[in-house]
Ligand binder design. Structure first.
Ligand code: F1P
Length: 352
């Protein structure tokens, strides 16, 4: 519920639509380096890794830079091909995650430049990186990342816009349009949070489901992964996130009347394809909860439950579409009597 403020804080002082660049704190002096990078490699864990996947879509789409997103927990044990022409972005809420720190040290030893996106000033990861931007989200009260995710995505979006501008891959019109639209995001998040009561109703219907599938395409694919992770972390329900187009390659076998399927079905450039995916699930009697754009007249007639979110530019969608998934997980966990702030087996920062 703090996200309207934490997203605004992550943008504060950084949006300068009247200037030809954005203020990105410690990254400012490194903008040319970022813009001329041969490749960006993102290293992170858990929710921060999902923010990295969003960044992959953003940097590719807006700035046309090749991006690879690596689980730090795997990367650190490999012998990755990486050198001084690569730029590594390390993302971490706590700034203390041991796997991410080890991945940074490995990339550094091979000559790469490392940027950090952290929430905690002076944390180990902030100190280990060459430069970085803080997210200013404030401390997460619980163990599971929520506002950290949207703050990370906000900063990564600003970075992608700034780099795209510098590389000349973004028109002035789109540049201004995105900055203006970004400023509306906190109030739009507020409008999604106002739907907490109907989301709780949906949660009460699915409280004792044993499995869930989350499906999305494009920028909503990482959001599907994040929705599934939130449900796993705090309610202990088995949940899988997939790219919706991947469903036919296996997960479709799981669909029946006992399988709730959460679709990220906002009005973006993959809308028609998502509609076909919903039809495939309904034909197999799956129960569908769809996150749709306000005013959608088609999908509500096809599915079992809908949650509307305000319209925004395609590339900013994750900042809104993740909110109902966080609320759904929260209410399912509460209704199951779970301690949402301190889930079993999870540590706030994984330092070993
Ligand atoms: C990474 C992370 C979190 C998760 C849990 C365990 O932390 O996987 O995403 O919710 O807290 O750690 P961080 O590097 O972003 O602090």
């Amino acid at each position: 519920f703090e996200q309207p403020r934490s997203i605004a804080d992550s943008m504060r002082g950084r949006l300068k639509a009247d200037e030809a660049h954005l203020q990105l704190g410690g990254l400012r002096n490194y903008l040319d380096k970022l813009a001329s990078a041969n490749r960006i490699v993102v290293v992170a864990c858990g929710t921060s890794w999902h923010a990295g996947l969003v960044a992959e879509y953003l940097f590719e789409e807006l700035a046309r830079i090749n991006v690879e997103v690596e689980y730090a927990s795997e990367f650190r044990y490999r012998n990755p091909v990486i050198n001084e022409n690569d730029l590594v972005i390390a993302i971490s809420q706590s700034g203390e995650t041991a796997d991410t720190l080890a991945a940074i040290e490995l990339a550094k030893s091979k000559g790469a430049t490392i940027f950090g996106i952290c929430n905690v000033v002076g944390s180990s990861i902030a100190r280990a990186t060459h430069a970085g931007a803080y997210t200013h989200a404030g401390p997460e009260i619980g163990v599971a990342s929520t506002k950290a995710f949207t703050a990370q995505v906000t900063v990564l979006t600003l970075m992608a816009i700034a780099v795209a501008w510098r590389r000349g891959t973004l028109s002035e019109e789109l540049y201004r349009q995105l900055l203006i639209e970004l400023e509306t995001i906190p109030s739009k998040v507020e409008r999604v949070l106002a739907k907490a009561a109907p989301i709780r109703e949906i949660a009460s219907i699915f409280t004792y489901s044993r499995n869930f599938i989350y499906l999305g395409r494009g920028l909503n694919f990482p959001v599907a992964l994040e929705g599934a992770l939130k449900l796993k972390e705090i309610s202990y329900i088995h949940a899988e996130g997939y790219p919706a187009a991947e469903m036919k390659h296996g997960p479709i076998a799981l669909i029946d009347e006992d399988m709730p399927v959460v679709f990220l079905a906002t009005k973006d450039n993959s809308y028609d394809k998502i509609v076909s995916n919903i039809m495939e699930v309904k034909a197999r009697k799956g129960r569908v909860i769809a996150i749709v754009t306000e005013g959608d007249a088609l999908i509500p007639g096809m599915v079992d439950f809908v949650i509307e979110i305000p319209n925004t530019h395609d590339v900013l969608t994750p900042l809104l579409s993740v909110i109902p998934l966080q609320l759904l997980s929260y209410y399912i966990a509460v209704l199951r009597g779970r301690n949402v702030d301190q889930p079993r087996n999870l540590a706030k920062s994984v330092t070993v």
